[in-house]
Design a protein around this ligand. Sequence first.
Ligand SMILES: C[S@@+](CC[C@H](N)C(=O)[O-])C[C@H]1O[C@@H](n2cnc3c(N)ncnc32)[C@H](O)[C@@H]1O
Length: 288
Amino acid sequence: MKDLLKIFEINCEKYYTLFKSNEPFILDRKNVELPIKQLISHFEIKNKHVLSIGAGRGHEEYWFYKSGCDLTFIDTDEFNIAPLLEEQLSAEKNLTDPMLTYIIEDAHKVIEKLENIYDLCYFSSFVPDEVYREDIQKEYEGQYQNTNLLLRIIRYGLFKLHITGRGRGRTWPNYKKPFSDLVMKITKNTLKDGGLFILQSYYAGIPIERNPHVVSLVKKQLSRVGISLLHIYYFKENSGVNLTIGYKGKKNATREFFRRISKNVKITRFHGRAVNPSEIVKAYQFKM
Ligand SMILES: C[S@@+](CC[C@H](N)C(=O)[O-])C[C@H]1O[C@@H](n2cnc3c(N)ncnc32)[C@H](O)[C@@H]1O
């Protein structure tokens, strides 16, 4: 990686001891254990190279590490982790087997500089992207409500969806891609063939119940970078909390992978930090 401002290479076990004194954060790690272990078992994420974009403290990612994965994190350092890393590294110069590369930088500035490829591109509650989504939803709702019926039909082509039950109160335009360019560029540049794309929206994802058309938008957007959509799940109580999983590869390889994993442990939970975890609904499943 060239010209990056701050890159830390640290032994994973050491990294995760940096937060020991801070009880609530450790609780976070415990709370996400079951959902992340389900992801690991279902999608066979063992001994892989994982890139987490917006990793924060990396509590979910801890469980990937525990299943033998090495980790690369990118984060703007909202949680002020850099000083802890500096302190640890200056205290112990010869750390063996780092397993964690932590890039402290805005992901926008890192895209072109990443040189490795990964088995998993992991985005979890990548907050600015979700704000962007929120903005689009608000703007679109406002525009829609201020437009008369005829214009709505001409401009948005939503007639059918708005008068039938599902999709009533739609908030996402059918001309907007669901994922930001940042998400797609990083994935395109770094996900290897046979790799997984996982994106969780914890609070302001697109509400799928009101926007069922988004499933086909997601499918289309992912297919542009060679990814087949495998699953979309959402919270029954709030379909804006959702989880998307895709596989990069040719059709046959995707079918083979999907067939193999379908006998594995099922996904029944995600978003382990939710105050009220909800039953989950499957909005999409890959068709063989
Ligand atoms: C909810 S946290 C991720 C939590 C993490 N997966 C865990 O389990 O601990 C979202 C993170 O995205 C980071 N982030 C937001 N925008 C970013 C950007 N443009 N580049 C890099 N990181 C960013 C924030 O600093 C924050 O730490």
